[in-house]
Ligand binder design. Structure first.
Ligand code: AGP
Length: 370
């Protein structure tokens, strides 16, 4: 067992540290810089791609948040209509043309019953289906029209970590592929996105190299009453994912919100005993989020902010943050890189409390019941 964990105390920590390697596998041979497109082996004929009116992403838990990240990219950068549904809530609603709807199932295991059931509904309605998964030969691969593999390698910890990063990277490449085929994504913008993907492994390593600092911060705040994660745009799915990770393995109360929603209710919960973890990187509207940070800071809440690093890789020293964690510049994928801080934070809070990190109570790695 110890050998399988390569010296780490838990699979989760091993898998967090495997992310640079997993991401290299995910993107290997898939970036075509000359053409400004992504070479992912997926059967999407150009006439079909042109005819797509909506991409519906169906997924659960962390995979759903990866889907939200991708939907935000598809809508804001690639200019394709994209929606995300929690798989257990999915229906193929009337008013949509099934021939012009691509339904994408995002599932690490490929065996999640809710996601399989959503895909079956989409197929019954006549929509084209695509799986984005980590597992060759899984049920979702057999039941969809085509599949793309995220190539993250096996993930043992119940808390998904490296597969989230590889899902977002793969979906970003898929977005580039679709945007270029439709002509809605310019060569220049595509190259920018591909460059963000290419920089991901090193940027994530830059965050991992600061683990000691995150461990200190986690120890300082581990006994707080609750934890709130905020972020806008691409920072929103990361806020949701940060909160999910923390609650799964530490059993603490944690919630993620779009930063602008704080004042519409959650602010009532904010006290000196509720740290707020804020995404203030590129891609997450940092200036607007800083206004929300000021609101919580004024109420005495400690604020831990992930901010875009300066040219020397250092934090920018914001007066409103109690802790500032610098994120290497990575453009639209910066919130994904920042997510690694939230993973490490969740891990060290849970470790401080002696929780069974790889096997949290009541949870299973793959949920095969509806
Ligand atoms: C993530 O940490 C969770 N364990 C869980 O939310 C998981 O992402 C969800 O059950 C979906 O699993 P899948 O990707 O295998 O479909």
């Amino acid at each position: 067992d110890a050998a399988e964990k390569s010296g780490y105390d838990h699979y989760m920590l091993k898998e967090i540290h495997e992310q640079p390697r997993a991401l290299r596998q995910t993107i290997s041979g898939r970036i075509d810089t000359d053409d400004g497109t992504a070479d992912i082996d997926v059967d999407l004929p150009s006439e079909y791609v042109d005819s797509i009116e909506e991409i519906q992403i169906v997924a659960c838990g962390t995979s759903n948040y990866a889907g939200r990240y991708a939907a935000e990219l598809l809508e804001s950068i690639v200019d394709v209509r994209a929606t995300v549904e929690v798989a257990s809530e999915y229906e193929f609603d009337g008013g949509r043309d099934p021939w012009r709807t691509l339904v994408v199932a995002v599932t690490q295991s490929g065996e999640t019953a809710d996601t399989l059931s959503a895909i079956r509904r989409a197929k019954r309605a006549g929509a084209r289906t695509l799986a984005v998964t980590n597992t060759l030969g899984s049920t979702v691969v057999r039941e969809t029209d085509d599949s793309v593999f995220i190539r993250a390698g096996p993930e043992i910890g119940v808390a998904a970590t490296k597969t989230f990063a590889s899902q977002v990277a793969t979906l970003t490449l898929l977005a580039v592929r679709i945007g270029r085929a439709r002509g809605s994504l310019s060569y220049g913008r595509a190259r920018e996105l591909l460059e963000s993907v290419r920089r991901l492994p090193n940027a994530v390593q830059g965050v991992l190299d600061r683990e000691d600092r995150v461990r200190e911060v986690a120890r300082e705040y581990a006994d707080s009453d609750a934890f709130f994660f905020v972020g806008r745009k691409l920072g929103h799915p990361v806020a949701l994912e940060g909160a999910l990770k923390l609650k799964e393995i530490s059993y603490d109360h944690a919630e993620g919100f779009p930063a602008g929603e704080l004042k519409h209710g959650p602010l009532a919960l904010v006290t000196e005993e509720t740290p707020v973890l804020a995404l203030l990187t590129d891609g997450s509207r940092p200036d607007e989020t800083l206004n929300n940070v000021k609101e919580v800071e004024a109420r005495g809440a400690p604020v831990i902010g992930a901010t875009t690093a300066d040219g020397d890789g250092r934090a920018t020293d914001s007066a409103y943050l109690d802790v500032e964690l610098p994120v290497p510049a990575t453009g639209a994928l910066e919130p994904l890189v920042a997510n690694v801080y939230w993973q490490l934070f969740a891990y060290h809070v849970a470790d401080e409390k002696g929780r069974p990190i790889d096997r949290p109570r009541n949870l299973a790695k793959s949920v095969t019941v509806e």
